[in-house]
Design a protein around this ligand. Structure first.
Ligand SMILES: N[C@@H](CCC(=O)N[C@@H](CS)C(=O)NCC(=O)O)C(=O)O
Length: 190
């Protein structure tokens, strides 16, 4: 089994954490520059992660996670857990838009509809997720918790969010720093 991704992507990190106890090949690409041709050959959607298991290719972390959990005979996610992942993806996708905008030289703090919508979505989803952390809904280290961890840690790493009104998320992140493969997949170490 081969996982194509990068060490900085929060979506790839989810799958690396889900695969914490399994052996597989990890291909670390520089998707925006040197390895773009490799990405083009492996996913026409030009996104990571990609999982290859024999002849089966899988695009998108959600599909990859479902494939891996089905293979492992794990319980399917509940609808509420799917909703949690949708909220996490909403914040994460808007975070990726802000980062790529910054890298394109665009002022992401400008009072323009597109950027106001991204910032509003990030804060609305983070507040909802922080309330769920406070309610104890992220106590188990399962796939939704892994997705929350990698999203929060990535927003912090990229310095895209002021966490002062959602501190429970940092508390959750810090409390789970010792989970399997978390330290080894820290995007700060490249
Ligand atoms: N919905 C996708 C999102 C994956 C995604 O956005 N990955 C980013 C890296 S963190 C990417 O490949 N971005 C390339 C681009 O936006 O051009 C998933 O869950 O796998």
């Amino acid at each position: 089994m081969k996982l194509i991704g990068s060490t900085s992507s929060p979506y790839v990190r989810r799958i690396r954490l889900l695969l914490a106890n399994q052996s597989y090949e990890f291909v670390n690409l520089d998707i925006y520059d040197a390895d773009r041709d490799v990405l083009r050959r492996n996913n026409p959607a030009l996104k990571i992660p990609v999982l290859q298991d024999g002849d089966q290719e899988l695009f998108d972390s959600r599909v990859i996670a479902q494939y891996l959990m089905t293979q492992a005979g794990a319980e399917p996610l509940s609808w509420d857990q799917h909703n949690q992942i949708t909220l996490i993806d909403g914040a994460n996708d808007s975070g990726v838009i802000l980062l790529l905008s910054k890298r394109s030289g665009i002022d992401i703090d400008q009072d323009r509809m597109f950027y106001n919508l991204q910032r509003e979505r990030i804060m609305m989803t983070l507040r909802t997720l922080a309330a769920q952390v406070d309610e104890g809904l992220f106590q188990a280290w399962n796939y939704p918790a892994i997705c929350l961890y990698t999203m929060v840690d990535w927003l912090d790493f990229r310095d895209l969010v002021d966490f002062s009104s959602v501190e429970s998320l940092l508390t959750f992140r810090n409390a789970n720093a010792g989970q399997p493969m978390v330290a080894e997949t820290d995007p700060r170490q490249g």
